[in-house]
Design a protein around this ligand. Structure first.
Ligand SMILES: [Zn+2]
Length: 118
């Protein structure tokens, strides 16, 4: 498994997120008048919010985007220090399909499912 193949998608995702966060900061600090301008708004984060965009959703998105940005930064660090693609809990390799879907994943699917089950 070559972690380098994920570096670019992580960096791309990071760039998209940064502009989304920037947009959210702008949206939160200005009036609603210009919120019809969705062109610069990232699709997959914005889809659920476009019709009913309000401040509460904005703040939630911003929080999620901030968390995601941190997760991406950590994934990039793991590429640097050679631990990328290893489950943070049990240390086994995370399935390639999972990393392709979620390049910043820190757990294998088994641990993630256990965590979600609580
Ligand atoms: Zn695991």
């Amino acid at each position: 498994m070559d972690p380098e193949r994920f570096r670019k998608s992580l960096l791309d995702e990071r760039e998209r997120l940064s502009s989304t966060i920037e947009h959210l900061h702008v949206a939160n600090s200005s009036s609603f008048e210009d919120e019809t301008e969705e062109e610069t708004f990232d699709n997959h984060l914005a889809d659920s919010a476009t019709a009913t965009l309000d401040r509460e959703i904005d703040y939630t998105l911003e929080e999620n985007a901030d968390n995601l940005l941190r997760a991406i930064d950590q994934a990039l660090e793991r590429i640097e220090n050679g631990t990328y693609g290893k489950c943070e809990l049990r240390g086994q390799e995370i399935a390639l399909e999972r990393l392709e879907a979620i390049p910043h994943a820190t757990r294998c699917i088994d641990c993630q499912r256990l965590a979600e089950r609580g």
